[in-house]
Design a protein around this ligand. Structure first.
Ligand code: TXA
Ligand code: MG
Length: 301
């Protein structure tokens, strides 16, 4: 059930339920990270394999410090600059964080989200909230409460209404190795922005990485309809008159606004039974780079 009543949602979390929560990136499927049964519910509702770890959300650096062994100077700078916001940082976990959360890794993924209602929820409980995006495994991430309801309505006691997600893409996930920031998943914070904080930034290629995140899977965020990236959409339509073609294009010029609508548009097109959805690449800079990464993973090769 979609609700505006934050107290109901907080009570459900305290009782070990799994609920839909708004964030500035995408909606999350949240539960008490210190309650094993609650965390297991996340995996089973989402249909997610246990080898795939979860992000912990909390409301302050003081709380983050309890969940990690230490915070390096670079991580500290990132936290100060971007939190609350769409950046997730991999840090060495403390004893408080279970192997169920990290899938056995010594590192835990943490972020302080920037959504007023989610922050209010986090301040009302005395545990961090584990939350993956609120979509069934490998489906498109939801950017509205309505979409979470369509995916999981009957399985969640509550979905907190928090409006349309402002960023529209998942958080950028980074780790720090020696003197370098490694990007494991592209998202709301751009590489250009990170480079202003610290000059050494690299995007990790999934094939070469020992850290594996589902955002690195080559097939991810996929619509069920075939998605093709083409050079010229009109030309494609002319060449394929027999096909019922859905078009994923954007009127806005600002890539930030495009990102906000991106998953929703893909999701809406996916429901319309087209033979194929076609789209074009974005300019490969800023948030356009993250959008191209999502397109690549969602498209049919
Ligand atoms: O914007 C977001 O990050 C959203 C909102 C709800 O906060 N959450 C989200 O979670 O996108 P999820 O689970 O859909 O994607 C998190 C990614 C997964 O690919 C997971 O494998 C990776 O983060 N991850 C989580 N913990 C990790 C860890 N300890 N080491 C490596 N990767 C990790
Ligand atoms: Mg996800």
């Amino acid at each position: 059930m979609i609700t505006n009543n934050i107290e109901l949602v907080v009570d459900a979390l305290k009782q070990g339920d799994c609920v839909g929560l708004p964030t500035e990136t995408v909606y999350g499927l949240g539960a008490n990270a210190f309650n094993k049964k609650a965390v297991e519910k996340i995996f089973s509702i989402k249909g997610r394999p246990k080898k795939n770890p979860l992000i912990l959300h909390t409301h302050s650096l003081k709380e983050v410090k309890k969940l990690v062994k230490s915070i390096s100077p670079i991580a500290h700078n990132l936290a100060n600059f971007y939190w609350p916001g769409p950046l997730t940082i991999l840090l060495n976990k403390s004893e408080l964080v279970s192997d169920l959360i990290t899938a056995g890794s010594s590192k835990v993924a943490i972020r302080i989200p920037n959504h007023p209602l989610f922050l209010e929820v986090l301040k009302s409980v005395d545990f961090p909230i584990a939350a993956p995006s609120a979509n069934p495994y490998q489906r498109i991430s939801p950017t509205s409460a309505q979409q979470v309801d369509e995916y999981f309505g009957d399985q969640l006691p509550y979905i907190l209404e928090g409006g349309k997600a402002d960023c529209g893409l998942e958080s950028t996930i980074v780790g720090i190795e020696k003197n370098t920031i490694l990007i494991y998943r592209q998202g709301g914070i751009t590489i250009e922005s990170l480079k202003k904080i610290h000059p050494n930034v690299e995007i990790v290629q999934s094939e070469k990485s020992t850290v594996v995140t589902s955002g690195m899977d080559l097939k991810h965020y996929a619509p069920q309809t075939k998605l093709l990236i083409v050079e010229n959409i009109n030309y494609f339509k002319k060449q394929n008159p027999h096909l019922n073609v859905g078009i994923l294009d954007f009127k806005e010029i600002d890539n930030r606004l495009i990102a906000k609508d991106f998953y929703q548009k893909l999701y809406d097109l996916d429901k319309q039974n087209f033979d194929v959805i076609v789209t074009k690449k974005f300019k490969d800079k800023g948030i356009g780079k993250a959008l191209n990464d999502k397109l690549n993973r969602a498209s049919t090769k």
